[in-house]
Write a new protein. Structure first.
Length: 186
C-alpha cells in the first residue's frame, strides 16, 4: 500500500470493535519505532510512551474509573464500566506523554505538535498492519502520574488504544475539499 493510501485509510477504530487477538511485542516495537522518527524542533524528541499490556492495562482502567467516580459529582456506574471496558477490550494501551523542557527553551505547543506527529506515525503503521487504534484524551488523564512514574516536566496527553479488528472500515470523507481550505498567494 502506498503512503497516500494508508493516510486515506486511517480511521479511529474503537475498543468495542477489537477482537481478542493479542499484539506481539515485536509489532509494538515496530509501531513505537515509527513514532521515534517524527519531526522535532531542536531534536528534543519530547514523546514518551508507557506501554500497558495484561494486568497493568486492567489496573489502569480500574484506577481511571475510580478517579472518575471520585472527581465527578454526577458520575454513573455505566460510565465507570465503560472506562474499564475500553482497557479490557484493548490488546494494548499506550499512555502518550510529553517531556517538556523545564527551562522552557521551546514553546510547549511545539513539543505537543512533535508528540502528535509521533502518534500519527504510530497510527499510520497500525493502519498498514491492520491494527485498529484510537487516541483518547479523557479528563482523567491528568491523574496518570498517580498511577505511573512521570519525570519532572512530563505530562500525559492521552491514551492510545490498540487492537486487531474484524470489520471493514467505511470509506473516508471530508466536509470540504482541500481547494476550499487553500489560498494560493502570488
Amino acid at each position: 500500500m502506498l503512503l497516500a493510501e494508508i493516510i486515506e485509510k486511517r480511521r479511529a477504530v474503537f475498543p468495542d470493535q477489537y477482537n481478542d487477538r493479542p499484539i506481539e511485542k515485536e509489532i509494538l516495537h515496530e509501531i513505537l519505532s515509527a513514532a521515534n522518527w517524527a519531526p522535532t524542533h531542536k531534536r528534543t524528541e519530547p514523546w514518551r510512551f508507557k506501554v500497558m499490556l495484561g494486568e497493568s492495562k486492567f489496573a489502569l482502567g480500574k484506577f481511571l474509573a475510580e478517579k472518575y467516580k471520585e472527581t465527578t459529582p454526577k458520575s454513573s456506574e455505566f460510565k465507570c464500566g465503560k472506562i474499564e471496558r475500553k482497557f479490557r477490550k484493548s490488546a494494548c494501551v499506550i499512555a502518550i506523554c510529553c517531556q517538556f523542557d523545564p527551562k522552557k527553551s521551546l514553546p510547549e505547543w511545539e513539543e505537543i505538535a512533535a508528540t502528535a506527529m509521533a502518534v500519527q506515525n504510530m497510527w499510520l503503521v497500525c493502519t498498514e498492519l491492520g491494527i485498529g487504534s484510537y487516541w483518547s484524551t479523557p479528563e482523567t488523564m491528568k491523574f496518570f502520574g498517580e498511577f505511573a512514574q512521570l519525570s519532572e516536566g512530563e505530562k500525559c496527553l492521552g491514551f492510545f488504544y490498540m487492537g486487531y479488528f474484524d470489520e471493514s472500515m467505511p470509506e473516508g470523507k471530508r466536509n470540504s475539499s482541500i481547494e476550499e481550505k487553500t489560498e494560493w498567494i502570488g
